[in-house]
Design a protein around this ligand. Structure first.
Ligand SMILES: NC(=O)C1=CN([C@@H]2O[C@H](COP(=O)(O)OP(=O)(O)OC[C@H]3O[C@@H](n4cnc5c(N)ncnc54)[C@H](OP(=O)(O)O)[C@@H]3O)[C@@H](O)[C@H]2O)C=CC1
Ligand SMILES: CC(C)(CO)C(=O)C(=O)O
Length: 339
């Protein structure tokens, strides 16, 4: 592995775990986060990784954005999708000429990053491992899961290999792919299902297991996979998510896929999605506009009807703004749009 230092921008659940694994493996990393208490904990007592995967504490060099000096050739961005643009503006003075930014996020952030700094300075990445930021200096690593890395144009380059080697320190089964958009769109589909689980107080597995709500999940997945096809992308499956089943609207195959996703999520110590956590625990805005709202816009562009996605955006906003509370009834309300 090359010894070029790595800057991790956003040291929460995803970035924190990645940084701790890289540092423990002897890689030079520097962590940046806007939460001063978290930054202080990382560089003094250390970042505690907890949970069933592995437990260890790693002291890490860390700064707030205001404290950071110098430039880096490799920057991994791991903030929530709705703050990607703001974080990019903050990190750009620290991107060395010829360096690149990798998005370890959910959503189509690579488009946003490439629009700002050029596709030639952007490397694609997909992460599905489960983690929760618990408090300053403490992160739960709930479960291992699929990870993939690839260039936006599908070429297998030295720098894609370099990023793949970095992610492989955390996830030995990480994939180096020539179809990163396929993984990212697969996660857009799975992500839509996760947003639906977060309409309820239930765990991801309990919410997905409800037979009376299967039509809603089937419709959401179908809308996303139809958009992916219109975008010319061949979505890829992972951890039980079967894009072809949802694209075809094949109920038997969708049920089989949902059962696999339920089984996958029964094994994690992160029982609820990050979306649920933003709503129920952190009491803050979710990534709904950056992930689901973006697809409603693409529906208009392509002339594809996406009523379930559009209604879900409204319902998540209702919860964010205190007009509704999380309830299985919200999913039931979507049924007429989905049959
Ligand atoms: N957690 C998970 O299991 C998974 C998450 N993802 C995706 O990964 C991405 C990151 O999520 P996650 O790690 O959970 O989020 P977290 O909120 O745990 O971590 C993000 C961290 O970045 C900080 N931050 C916010 N704005 C900035 C900024 N401008 N500069 C530097 N730091 C900033 C946040 O502070 P503050 O909290 O104060 O905003 C927070 O500490 C999201 O797109 C998510 O959907 C993907 C797969 C699984
Ligand atoms: C559920 C998970 C961890 C994917 O496995 C996720 O992406 C999220 O919480 O948003």
């Amino acid at each position: 592995m090359s010894a070029r230092p790595v800057l991790i921008w956003g040291a929460g659940a995803i970035g924190g775990i990645l940084g701790a694994y890289l540092a423990r493996a002897g890689r030079a990393v520097h962590m940046v986060d806007i939460v001063p208490e978290h930054v202080k904990a990382m560089r003094t007592s250390g970042l505690r990784i907890e949970g069933p995967v592995e437990e260890f504490t790693q002291v890490l060099p860390a700064s707030t954005p205001e404290e950071l000096t110098g430039t880096y050739e490799i920057i991994i961005l791991a903030v929530k999708a709705h703050v990607t643009e703001a974080a990019l503006e903050m990190l750009l003075p620290h991107l060395a000429p010829g360096g690149y930014v990798v998005s370890a996020q959910n959503g189509l952030n690579e488009r946003v990053i490439a629009a700002r700094i050029g596709a030639e300075n952007t490397v694609g990445c997909f992460v599905n491992y489960g983690a929760d930021w618990l408090e300053p200096g403490r992160i739960l690593f709930g479960n291992r899961a699929a990870v993939a890395v690839g260039e936006l144009d599908g070429q297998i380059t030295d720098r894609a290999r370099e990023v793949h080697a970095l992610l492989s320190v955390l996830e030995p089964e990480a994939v180096l792919t020539d179809n990163i958009w396929g993984y990212l769109w697969g996660k857009m589909g799975y992500g839509a299902l996760l947003f639906c689980t977060a309409l309820t107080p239930d765990s991801m597995s309990d919410a997905m297991a409800r037979p009376e709500h299967r039509e809603v999940y089937a419709r959401l997945g179908h809308e996303v996979m139809s958009l992916a096809a219109a975008e010319g992308v061949t979505p890829l499956g992972f951890n039980g998510f079967d894009p072809d089943a949802f694209r075809a609207g094949d109920r038997a195959a969708i049920d089989a896929s949902m059962d696999k996703m339920v089984a996958h999520n029964r094994k994690t110590a992160k029982t609820h999605s990050g979306i649920w956590r933003d709503l129920a625990v952190r009491k803050r805005r979710t990534e709904v506009d950056a992930q689901i709202g973006v697809m409603v816009g693409l529906g208009h562009t392509h002339g594809i009807e996406v009523p379930a996605l559009a209604r879900m955006v409204e319902l998540i906003h209702d919860i964010e703004e205190g007009r509704r509370t999380q309830s299985a009834n919200l999913v039931t309300e979507m049924l007429p749009l989905c049959t």
